[in-house]
Design a protein around this ligand. Sequence first.
Ligand code: SF4
Length: 156
Amino acid sequence: MSDMIIVSACLAGQNCKYTGGNNLELHIVRLVEQGKAIPVCPEVLGGLPTPRPACEISGGNGHDVLAGRAKVFNLDGKDVTAEFVAGAKIILEKAIKQHGVKVAILKERSPSCGVNIIYDGTFNSVRKPGQGVLAALLSQYGVKLYSEEDHWELLK
Ligand code: SF4
């Protein structure tokens, strides 16, 4: 088991957010600089460009997407489910299975990274309880998940 954690790359200041910007959190940047955290972006790893149209899960949550019961669409109506699942699986294989990472701090409300909350698929800014695709996959493999809004500093 590894003490290393993974963090959403946008929280570490990488400009991988769908807008082309980031969601910088200085305490997470510090974790990366201290060599304690690895930044990852499942949507970029899955082959999506940056910037890209906003995406939401339609018909369920990340667990439903992984089970084939729901899909991810972008604002233009394109089905991007395959890219979302592919990126999440790359992180599962490299970080979790190969390196034994057991903890992740992920960006809340993202259709990939949301830990407790996602949007409802209508693109009307309506939130609902649920996990994004990466969060769902990691939780299924026993990874302890925190959002940047959780009290993950209890870890230290
Ligand atoms: Fe950040 Fe996750 Fe969205 Fe990538 S997929 S930009 S890491 S919230």
